[in-house]
Every structure is written in structure tokens, then in C-alpha cells.
Design a protein around this ligand. Structure first.
Ligand SMILES: N[C@@H](CCC(=O)N[C@@H](CS)C(=O)NCC(=O)O)C(=O)O
Length: 211
């Protein structure tokens, strides 16, 4: 399988890059200069019409959406057991958590990082002010779940949903109340940050914050 990841350090591509390393999938990296808006260039839009990272080109076919790519990688590498099989009792919870993170949590970060999008630049401060407590409420909800049924989102079974959650947690590191202030979330993040793949990812993306 010929695989190329279009990425930007620390962006939503972080999840896909991390899993490519964790699953030992041979791949090439293509750095997208988001500050220079390369993601809005005609060449990139031909790969990903949303004009965002990540894009994963597999055997010449571009695919996008970080959560979908994480699920695809888990399915194509079943020996790693990072997703419950179709007939596994935990399959429903797995799908629920992947979509919950993608639909409820990640969009709040889009608002936090791009507060002009929902209601224009003049309302950016108000959007951010409303966004922070909503993200904190998500941490409270997920921490409660981990307290009752952790240590991972699927109990004793590590899955790509946990990698996804840790990436989202990382994005809160400079917020007024970062995710690491919730004890069960912090415990999960410490477990995943201890993986050798996390260290490799940091080195390859040149990241230092939240190491
Ligand atoms: N739903 C998309 C969202 C991706 C996304 O928002 N990526 C951001 C970086 S985290 C991006 O490319 N921003 C640049 C831009 O919007 O121009 C996914 O999960 O893949």
C-alpha cells in the first residue's frame, strides 16, 4: 500500500500520523504550510476540497476526515486490535465514541481556533467566551465516563478512540482549564503519552509543547 499523509504539526493530522507510526504502516509525509494557506491552493483542493489537513493518499486515492482515517487504519490493521470487530459487543460503544468526539468535541475546537467562522470576526470574542465552558463540560462528561468505566473509553480495551481523545485533549493545553485538570482524562493521556509512537510522532512533527 502506497501511503502519503498531508499534515501540519499538531493539527488534526496528528491523530492519523500517530496511528501510522503506532500501526507501523509505511508512509511518506507531505508538510502542508497552513500559515501560507497552501491548504487552499488549487493543487491541495484537488485532493481535499475542504481545504484542511489531514489528507491521506492511499494508492493514489485521496481520503480525508481525521476520524474516518483513524477508523480505516484500525480496520486495515486488525492485528493491532485498535477497533472492536464488527461482531464484538463493544462495537456500538466504539462507533458511539468516535462519532461523539467527531460531532460534539472536535467542532468546539474548530470554533475555539477559528472563532470568526460561526458569526464573523466582530463576534469572535463572544464565540470564544461561550466555547471554553462548553469544552470544559465535555471534559467533565468524558471524565465521568472514564471514572465509571475506564481506564479507556472502551473499558479495558485501548482503541483509536483513545488516541483521538488524547489529540483533542492536547488542543486544550493553553485554554483556561486544560483537559489535564480532570484526573481520569489525565491518567488516560499519561498512558498514551508513554507509548514509543508518541515520542516518535513528536520528533517527526518537531513538537515540544505538552510532551
Ligand atoms: N473535520 C476535519 C477538520 C480538519 C481541520 O479543521 N483541520 C485544521 C487544522 S486542525 C485545518 O486544516 N485548518 C486550516 C484551515 O482551516 O484553513 C478533520 O477532522 O479532518
Amino acid at each position: 500500500m502506497d501511503t502519503t499523509l498531508y499534515y501540519a504539526p499538531g493539527a488534526a493530522s496528528f491523530l492519523v500520523h500517530w496511528l501510522l507510526i503506532e500501526l507501523d504502516v509505511p508512509h511518506r509525509l507531505n508538510l502542508v504550510d497552513t500559515a501560507a494557506k497552501v491548504q487552499k491552493s488549487p493543487e491541495y483542493l484537488a485532493l481535499n476540497p475542504n481545504g484542511v489537513v489531514p489528507t491521506l493518499v492511499i494508492d493514489g486515492k485521496p481520503q480525508y476526515e481525521a476520524a474516518a482515517l483513524a477508523m480505516l487504519l484500525a480496520e486495515r490493521n486488525p492485528d493491532a486490535r485498535l477497533a472492536p470487530a464488527f461482531d464484538d459487543a463493544k462495537r456500538g460503544d466504539y462507533l458511539q465514541w468516535m462519532f461523539n468526539l467527531a460531532n460534539m468535541v472536535q467542532p468546539l475546537f474548530r470554533q475555539w481556533w477559528y472563532p470568526g467562522e460561526p458569526a464573523g470576526e466582530t463576534n469572535a470574542d463572544a464565540i470564544r467566551a461561550h466555547c471554553a465552558p462548553r469544552i470544559e463540560a465535555e471534559w467533565q462528561r468524558i471524565d465521568g465516563h472514564l471514572a465509571a468505566r475506564g481506564p479507556y473509553l472502551l473499558g479495558d480495551d485501548l482503541s483509536v478512540a483513545d488516541f483521538y481523545l488524547v489529540m483533542l485533549m492536547r488542543w486544550s493545553r493553553n485554554m483556561p482549564k486544560p483537559a489535564m485538570e480532570w484526573p481520569h482524562l489525565a491518567a488516560l493521556a499519561h498512558r498514551l503519552k508513554a507509548l514509543p509512537s508518541f515520542t516518535t510522532l513528536y520528533a517527526r512533527e518537531g513538537l515540544t509543547e505538552w510532551a
